[in-house]
Design a binder for this molecule. Structure first.
Ligand SMILES: Cc1ncc(COP(=O)(O)O)c(C=O)c1O
Length: 373
């Protein structure tokens, strides 16, 4: 029996290998980073780390374990103060911290939509949202990516309460959701909009919901701290009712040990460092302009830190990635099942710390490859 199960698992892995889509853990390479989500370079910024180290030295008690769920022994006045600080920064009523964006999405989607509700998901929304929906008894339906007409036709035909799930900046395409129009549509149909801002947070101020002043018109926003904020974790932003509801009903919040205080300290440190260094965002924008001025075909054509260049076919895509790596240029080959077969792409993340020369080296190679296709 045991051998039978293992044989089946091995067969599945072998099939993946044959298809060229086997996932393997690789150590981060030494070279030019065009693949991390560290858009502003905070994760490796010495000045940012020095600020944090100094704060930790003054507060060694932050290193203690949380000791239990936040609803038992694992909450502290410090964590509450950081949540309060986050809510103030985003001009929302409340913020609730989570150990990751994945957990924040599991919490939201598993608990807010109810059995007779319907969740309408943009077809390209992140896997953490999909997994959260799988834990919900609500009905789930996809709508075509960023297609407001398709979404409206679904809203018009769906009885009962609807929830809409989108990302403000799509992680694999690099394009933006039409947030303002989505809010109007949701309001017209009495639907509740939930926005995942994992890739916009920090890159565009405190995210696009904040910069477009939509906080009170969306039901909840997820911001993550492991990408442009260079740290780890996430927060759900919302009003008192939404946050109290999560604290009472969200299993991924309730049935897990809280984070130690240093976790909240790293997040507050990133906000403070970013406020003191607005230049990093400007540097990133000029790197984005350097990339887009090369005129490469991309999925979105948007002015975004995520640029996805199509290279259909797994073998071709992997050959391109290997070739770039041989020149110390590290990019991310996006293959099935992350994207559909035929939609393979090279995902290029741009950073404030990339130089124009590095970007030109990359775009020149990619242009040659595309021209010879
Ligand atoms: C759009 C989106 N949402 C959520 C997440 C999950 O965030 P975290 O990495 O903090 O778990 C990711 C991570 O890749 C993401 O791209």
């Amino acid at each position: 029996m045991r051998d039978g199960v293992l044989a089946q698992l091995s067969q599945d892995l072998a099939r993946r290998e044959e298809q060229g889509i086997l996932r393997e853990l690789r150590v981060k390479g030494q070279g030019v980073d065009f693949y991390s989500n560290d858009y502003l370079g905070l994760a490796s910024n010495n000045a940012c780390h020095e600020m944090l180290t100094a704060a930790l030295q003054h507060n060694p008690q932050w290193l203690r374990g949380a000791t239990g769920s936040r609803l038992v022994s694992g909450n502290s006045a410090f964590v509450l103060s950081v949540e309060d600080f986050i809510a103030k920064q985003h001009e929302t009523e409340r913020a609730l911290l989570f150990p990751s964006g994945y957990m924040a999405n599991l919490a939201l989607f598993s608990c807010l939509p109810k059995r007779n509700d319907t969740i309408l998901l943009d077809e390209f929304v992140h896997r953490s949202v999909i997994d959260g929906c799988r834990l919900s008894f609500a009905k789930k339906m996809r709508f075509l990516h960023n297609d407001l007409d398709h979404l409206e036709s679904r809203l018009a035909k769906t009885p009962g309460k609807c929830w809409i799930a989108v990302e403000s900046l799509y992680s694999m395409e690099g394009d933006f959701a039409p947030l303002h129009d989505l809010v109007l549509l949701a309001e017209r149909y009495g639907a509740s909009l939930i926005v995942d801002e994992a890739h916009a947070m920090g890159v565009f101020g405190y995210g696009l919901v904040y910069t477009q002043a939509l906080q009170e018109r969306v039901c909840a926003t997820v911001v993550t701290y492991g990408k442009a904020m260079g740290a780890h974790g996430a927060a759900v932003l919302g009003n008192n009712t939404v946050i109290d509801y999560l604290v009472n009903f969200a299993a991924p919040f309730i049935y897990t040990t809280g984070q130690p205080d240093w976790f909240a300290a790293t997040i507050r440190n990133s906000y403070e460092f970013l406020k003191m260094n607005p230049r990093l965002r400007e540097d990133l924008q000029s790197r984005i302009t350097c990339f887009t001025s090369a005129g490469l075909p991309t999925f979105s054509g948007a002015s975004s830190p995520v640029q996805s260049v199509p290279f259909p076919g797994v073998a071709r895509l992997m050959a391109v990635r290997e070739m770039l790596e041989s020149q110390s240029l590290f990019t991310f080959a996006v293959r099935p099942p992350t994207v559909q077969s035929g939609s393979e792409r090279l995902r290029i993340s741009l950073h404030a710390f990339n130089t124009d020369a590095e970007i030109r080296q990359l775009t020149t190679i990619l242009k040659e490859l595309h021209d010879t296709e």
